[in-house]
Design a protein around this ligand. Structure first.
Ligand SMILES: NC(=O)c1ccc[n+]([C@@H]2O[C@H](COP(=O)([O-])OP(=O)(O)OC[C@H]3O[C@@H](n4cnc5c(N)ncnc54)[C@H](OP(=O)(O)O)[C@@H]3O)[C@@H](O)[C@H]2O)c1
Length: 241
């Protein structure tokens, strides 16, 4: 019987690497496709066939998320895991002494915070019917209030702090039903977050995805019980909220 996973932001970067890693583990993966003009997912589909199901998905749109959830329901009523990887950076230059772009901040919130919640809200029913019952939210060290030393990046940092709180609220609801939440900073990863491919970061997307899926493997073991929700890095080390 197929075991299904759902991944957002799967066109490139970490999301795409997670999709590849999940397929290698035997999952059939619904991959949220936001950039149909980017060919990597389509090429992967050619190679993988039925183990990859492409789903048009803009997590910034309630309508798009609803349609994606309907596409899932047409195939299965259960998902073993859902990974929220899609996010955008927004402006990172302006400090409180500059003119802040509030529309940009709202756009980032609508994707990183509300978009993630839209997806989780639409798919929690599927998740709780599965055996894995694992939600993976890709957060960031940038969301840590305690460790913050930046004086700009308002949109991204605040959106990830709010994602952390969102993850706790979701955890509080689903944990008594056997649900688990992995809230993870993926490291500094060579991806397209900045709008271009960052060759300077520490990790390749494949290395980060392998580490995160290694953590997920543990959460998916039969009988695994999550005692509490922590923000962890990709090695599993707890981080300050
Ligand atoms: N890279 C790092 O060092 C780093 C560090 C900490 C946390 N993270 C987190 O890791 C996750 C993956 O990011 P990444 O580094 O792989 O960046 P990425 O290469 O930019 O991948 C993110 C993907 O999400 C897509 N996306 C943007 N808006 C979307 C929307 N409304 N709906 C659906 N998909 C959308 C992006 O498309 P576009 O390219 O068109 O925007 C892109 O394909 C994010 O949650 C990010 O915050 C990354």
């Amino acid at each position: 019987m197929s075991r299904y996973a759902f991944v957002t932001g799967a066109d490139r970067g970490l999301g795409l690497a997670l999709v590849k890693g999940l397929i290698a583990r035997g999952f059939t993966v619904f991959a949220g496709q936001y950039m149909p003009e980017w060919t990597e997912l389509a090429e992967l589909k050619q190679a993988q066939g039925d183990s990859l199901l492409l789903v048009p998905l803009d997590i910034g749109s309630g309508d798009s998320v609803r349609k994606a959830a309907e596409q899932v329901s047409a195939v299965t009523d259960r998902l073993e895991l859902v990974i929220n990887a899609a996010a955008i950076l927004g402006g990172i230059e302006a400090t409180v002494e500059d003119e802040l772009d509030f529309e940009d901040i709202q756009r980032v919130f609508n994707v990183n915070t509300l978009g993630t919640l839209r997806v989780t809200n639409a798919l929690t029913g599927h998740l709780l019917k599965g055996e894995g019952r694992l939600l993976v939210n890709i957060s960031s060290e940038a969301g840590s209030v305690e460790d913050s030393s930046r004086d700009s990046w308002f949109a991204y940092c605040m959106s990830k702090s709010a994602l952390n709180m969102q993850s706790k609220l979701v955890y509080n609801q689903i944990a008594p039903q056997g649900g688990k939440v992995l809230l993870v900073h993926p490291g500094w990863v060579r991806t397209y977050m900045n709008g271009y491919f960052n060759t300077e970061a520490d990790l390749t997307a494949d290395e980060s995805a392998a580490a995160i899926l290694g953590l997920a493997d543990r959460f998916l073991l039969p009988g695994f019980k999550q005692e509490r929700l922590c923000l962890v890095d990709y090695t599993g080390k707890p981080m300050n909220w």
